[in-house]
Design a protein around this ligand. Sequence first.
Ligand SMILES: NC(=O)c1ccc[n+]([C@@H]2O[C@H](COP(=O)([O-])OP(=O)(O)OC[C@H]3O[C@@H](n4cnc5c(N)ncnc54)[C@H](OP(=O)(O)O)[C@@H]3O)[C@@H](O)[C@H]2O)c1
Length: 370
Amino acid sequence: MPEPASPTPPPTPPAAAADAADAVAVPTIVILGAGAVGIAFGSALLLKPGVARVVFIGRPHVGAALAAHGLHGCRGVDQPAVRIPPDRYAVYTCVADFEAAEPGVVPAAAVLSTKRLATAKLVPDVAHWGARVPIVTMQNGIMMDKDIHALMPEARVALAMCPFNVVAVAPGDYRPMSAGHWTLDASEAGRLLARLLGANDVAATVCRDMGPVMNGKLIVNLHNAVSALSGLEMKDEYGQRWTRVLIAQCYAEAMAVYRAHHMKYTTSFPVPLWLLRYLLLLPNVLFRPLWALVARAVPGARSSMYDDFQHKRQTEIDYFQGAIIQLAEKKGIDVPVCRRLYAAVKYYEAQRLGIVRRTPETLFAPVEAS
Ligand SMILES: NC(=O)c1ccc[n+]([C@@H]2O[C@H](COP(=O)([O-])OP(=O)(O)OC[C@H]3O[C@@H](n4cnc5c(N)ncnc54)[C@H](OP(=O)(O)O)[C@@H]3O)[C@@H](O)[C@H]2O)c1
């Protein structure tokens, strides 16, 4: 059962937090990149006392928000938020500060939850951990394990997947906004994290072959570009036919590319992706109620690329449509819609305009005239 909310206690100093962890001898899990997914995952490990201790490595503004407003966790899209007592976690701005404050603490796992572009900066900070601490990547796209191994050849890398949208509804309060279970591979670290989630009454799936899961997630993630470019949150993005047509065309192109590479894909959605590709083309009156049942996305749900546009950050387009384009090139396959969206994201990303509502006409014309 969720714990009742309690008034904000003062932040716990790191040393006291380390003492608390030693006293109860629970595993320490490090979150490398405390943002939407990292905080949602880390807090899900902390809903009950005595299950895990979490060390968040994040930007100073994240630590300040958690110190001021406390940390909240949640078991799923329809579940209430639970306030996490501060003696269950610590926040540092870099790995070196964690190691200096808590010497001798060997994390049971480190969860990499930055955007893909940040991997090259953050992984070298933990390279000295070698194979002692498994790195579990929660990042989207494919071949993220290769990125890590390129920087840290001896790393024990595990794959995990966050199948739902996570949005900050308030400082320190990151909520799942659509349906799905945390999915982890069947490695020792994946099983440990799934057990810790289970001990917190959080649903988790352990999967022996993450390849098809990640390939399927990449197909679903192709909607990110459409949401960022159209300036529409998920409810309106999937509520309009022109945006759904673009998404369906991306699905079709990705599926053709996967077929050529003999790459399998799967999804935890109740509807298989090959069928969803056609359902997306239905008129609004038929699609909207169906989508409400399948995705259970709540108002405010939006893609991480929408967030990137909003905050004028570089996006992960190279790992979404960019990955499909690269695979297509290897087989000489044309993927015009993925290319068009890729070019448009690059064009507007460079302009750093924030979120702008666009129609099909206002979206593509400036890109193609440039
Ligand atoms: N958001 C979602 O709903 C969702 C769902 C499923 C999967 N994903 C995937 O999960 C991954 C993370 O996405 P996200 O939306 O959680 O990203 P996010 O909100 O941007 O969180 C990542 C955080 O890590 C920080 N960071 C980066 N490098 C760091 C460093 N060296 N030291 C400390 N902090 C650092 C970032 O700060 P800066 O911004 O300052 O770099 C940011 O605050 C992505 O691959 C995404 O595609 C996201």
